[in-house]
Design a protein around this ligand. Structure first.
Ligand code: IMP
Length: 203
């Protein structure tokens, strides 16, 4: 016997259509019943300040804040690159590591300069993603995952975004920017965290 599950609507607390596309691709690949939309009220509300020292506080704070403007479930994510040899930087500062408005190329250049002369384990790094879901001021779920890699000596590949050209994934011998989107999604911090979210919402 087959069962048809009703779809469940979730609003992404972001104005970033690219992020929505990525999450929708993850939902489709997982045959999930989640229907994802950008939160319509996002642009008209004062922006939530992502200034907390942890990814979890930023993601949860953002989901809670925007959930007060919507009756349906609201989700948000916070993600970034952590390099233990740099004391965890860029970490929660990943988006603005080279200053507000700096390009991805500048961020990568700053990272490679900070790691100049470092070899082997000192180039270990990981991406983290925390996803939080809230509804009308109440937290429903907080999930996270990570993916381990190394910072390459020089950028390689043209796919992805952010630090992908220097995030070398040893298991495949490629940087994330050299992987097709579906292959990156299957292995990335965001893809793995999204799977955890689906499990949490189903339980
Ligand atoms: P946010 O989660 O939108 O705040 O993004 C944080 C920053 O982390 C991004 O601007 C990127 O610089 C970096 N980042 C997060 N996830 C990825 C990824 O999958 N690839 C490359 N860079 C990433």
């Amino acid at each position: 016997m087959t069962s048809v599950q009703a779809s469940r609507k979730l609003y992404l607390a972001s104005g970033n259509a690219g992020k929505l596309r990525e999450f929708r691709a993850l939902a489709v690949a997982a045959h999930s019943n989640l229907e994802l939309e950008l939160l319509p009220q996002y642009a008209s509300l004062p922006e939530f300040p992502e200034t907390a020292p942890t990814f979890a506080e930023n993601a949860t704070g953002k989901a809670l804040y925007y959930s007060r403007a919507c009756a349906d479930m609201v989700f948000s994510d916070d993600s970034g690159l952590v390099v233990p040899a740099l004391g965890g930087e860029p970490g929660v500062h990943s988006a603005r590591y080279a200053g507000p408005g700096a390009s991805n190329d500048w961020k990568i250049a700053k990272l490679l300069a900070a790691l100049r002369g470092k070899k082997g384990a000192e180039r270990s790094a990981y991406f983290v993603c925390v996803i939080a879901v809230a509804q009308m001021g109440r937290v429903i779920a907080v999930v996270s995952d990570k993916v381990d890699g190394e910072i390459a000596e020089a950028p390689r590949g043209s796919g992805g975004f952010g630090y992908d050209p220097v995030f070398y994934f040893p298991a495949l011998g490629k940087t994330f920017a050299e992987l097709p989107a579906d292959e990156k999604n299957a292995r990335s911090h965001r893809g793995k965290a999204f799977h955890r979210l689906m499990e949490a919402l189903d339980s």
